[in-house]
Design a protein around this ligand. Sequence first.
Ligand code: NOJ
Length: 558
Amino acid sequence: MTHELTDVRLASPSSNATGRPAGWWRDAVIYQVYVRSFADGDGDGVGDLRGVRERLPHLARLGVDAVWLTPFYVSPQADGGYDVADYRAVDPLFGDLADAAGLVAAAHGLGLRVIVDVVPNHTSDRHPWFLAARAGRPGCPDRARYHFRPGRGADGALPPNDWESVFGGPAWTRLPDGEWYLHLFAPEQPDLNWAHPEVPEEFADILRFWLDLGVDGFRVDVAHGMVKPPGLPDVGAAEQATLIGSQPLPFFDQDGVHEIHRSWRRLLDSYGGERIGVAEAWAPTSERLARYVRPDELHQAFNFRFLNCPWDAARMREVIDESLAATTAVGAPTTWVLSNHDVVRHRTRYGSGPQGLCRARAAALLMLALPGSAYLYQGEELGLPEVTDLPDALRQDPAFRRGGGRGAAGGGRTDAPSEAAGQEGLRDGCRVPIPWDGARAPYGFGSAGAWLPQPAGWAGLTVAAQTGDPHSTLELYRAALELRRVLPGLGAGDGVEWLPAPAGVLAFARPGFVCTVNTLGRPVELPVPGRPVLSSGPVGPEGPMVQIPADSCTWWAI
Ligand code: NOJ
């Protein structure tokens, strides 16, 4: 497979760099680069934009369509860059604006689009707006851009309402002058007041800044959070972070957020080249989530219900059906995802040791066979496990300390088995820098060490070690992405046709194609549905029946 070396910026509205029809995002495979852990170009032990640029050929060869870069803006790094102090500048830790522009151009040169993060729900507490608010007095205009309130109780010593931070503890911090400010995440991340006219104006300008620089879209952080209901009513329940994504909550998924997304869609559409928005949104139902991808809103919304689904055929089928129905009803693709920088890596979630890896490989093939778009998280193509034994002293995730060493209650799945148990909500273990080559740490990550220690046993997991090994997870991903482009039945589409299958097995058809998934811990025999073109495990010799291995997925051409 080759990547056309065309600058996607030059592509016409009816086609993209790969010559496929418009709506590239409908079935795009997008690779998440967690910048500080991808590749270190300047030898300080922290990944940076130069490092990403140098490693772009890996992504082109992998066969993804686009790259999503996590925040690299000026930030005190209280939450891995999701606390932005200057939205139009690159943090020196990661490079400078010229590096950002150079990276975008280099990616385009390889036929890869680039999506960047935008963080609109909150700023850093070092943002000039918040510095001014903090320096001001209760009731001053500078405080109106955030949510400042007097406290409750006789002396105002109690927070204004019962809202809890996603990272644990109250969602309010009191200033010495007695007023409290709202932060749904860390105290260093004060929530913006989107009812203040300067806030939407400022963010429209920030979007234009990056669109003018050439980015192809935005991953919208906390896309469900910007609008708070009048009066900031109490939730009336504790452990609120555990309710995110399953229960309505007054601080998330308010109807008003959709007006913001509509205005951003108009802004994106005013640029050529199909620039997109992808919502990081937590909504209580698939139908509520689908509202973020109505035709005049964002293009994609991560399907966290799929990510959170255990390795169970019946539950997976339910989630797949429900997700496809909800997004099809609004004419949008489903956006599948298995891992990201906030959750335990799926290889570890699905089980320990070899079983977790078998299931992770199978899940990837399942995800890539479903209609819609898919996001890969750096390192999953190498089958990386979660690093579960990081010393507490080295952990940097603010959720770790605010959650009393337990992490963010809403940050992971609730029914994680094996090594993943106890890691839920601890977000450093999936952020360990990835191994490129060599026999020992830092495995080609950079010339110095790595900001989080890499395990001693990763030599066999490096990109170099896996390249050319037909049984490696890397070669499985490469083959899957290539076939996804070649087989006409894969990629975009509305639905799947479920085929009869024994309990514990999923089988579905798409045009000219069948996918079978055996979620059982033992092999099963199935009637041969077609010609096997790719499998995550060794498929038995074909007769009228074929044996498919435990915890595996097979693609068949028919
Ligand atoms: C979601 C991001 O993915 C996560 O890393 C961050 O901590 C929160 N939003 C707050 O910005």
